[in-house]
Design a protein around this ligand. Structure first.
Ligand code: SAH
Length: 213
């Protein structure tokens, strides 16, 4: 896993692109500038690692576009030591960004192949989230409540079970929509039974599916 000057240079350009697209949080830009995204992609795609695009990671899934990762992370308002549940480990890239921000991350993946691959990679890179192989719709009740929940696949509706696992004062970021496009939503838990929903524009994600595979 080399990180050459060329990789670093390309990463700097990517940070500029994302910043020009409207990401303001310096800590997030720093994290994007630090995490070697090319490690998270199959060798055939390494040349594309620093383009602001989504790419295949196997099992019919994709590593999210860096701008989308930054946008969701910004909406999540990550504080150091926040306890965060991530649904859809995928390549592990979003997880690495959250860990760089000082969060404690619990990440779930439903594809066994991707779960094993990202677990091995993140561990090799020195990242230490809690890994789970399972259905993210069920969350991780044993470890709840969470300060924040981030869903990185398109959910056909807001997952009810996950709302219960959010701390009062906590926030969920979830792309909602069953078709090819989703609306990015934040859901703040105001009280035991009170939630506030806001919409933040349209994105395209692979679907959030039930069950394990
Ligand atoms: N955060 C990832 C994005 C990967 S794409 C990254 O940075 O690379 C979304 C991922 O969500 C896919 O890997 C897909 O398998 C996973 N996924 C879809 N439905 C899920 C579910 N119900 N539970 C857990 N993971 C799910």
């Amino acid at each position: 896993m080399t990180d050459s000057y060329r990789h670093k240079g390309l990463r700097k350009k990517l940070v500029n692109t994302i910043s020009e697209k409207g990401i303001k949080d310096k800590r997030i830009l720093e994290a994007i500038g630090k995490v070697p995204r090319h490690n998270f992609m199959d060798s055939g795609f390494i040349e594309f690692a620093y383009r602001d695009q989504a790419f295949p990671i196997g099992a019919g899934q994709t590593i999210s576009q860096p701008y989308t990762v930054a946008f969701q992370t910004e909406l999540l308002q990550v504080k150091k030591h926040d306890k965060i549940l991530e649904i859809g480990t995928g390549s592990g890239y979003q997880c690495a960004i959250l860990l760089e921000l000082g969060a404690k991350v619990y990440t779930i993946e439903r594809h066994r192949e991707l779960y094993l691959k990202s677990r091995a990679l993140l561990t090799e890179m020195g990242y230490k989230p809690y890994f789970f192989y399972g259905d993210g719709y069920l969350g991780q009740p044993k470890f709840s409540p969470f300060d924040k929940i981030i869903i990185t696949a398109g959910a056909s509706e807001i997952p009810k079970e996950l709302l219960k696992q959010l701390k009062i004062g906590g926030r969920m970021v979830v792309p909602v929509g069953g078709g090819s496009g989703q609306v990015m939503m934040t859901i703040d838990r105001i009280d035991e039974d009170e939630y506030k929903e806001l919409e933040h524009g349209y994105f395209a994600f692979v679907p959030m599916l039930k069950g394990k595979q």
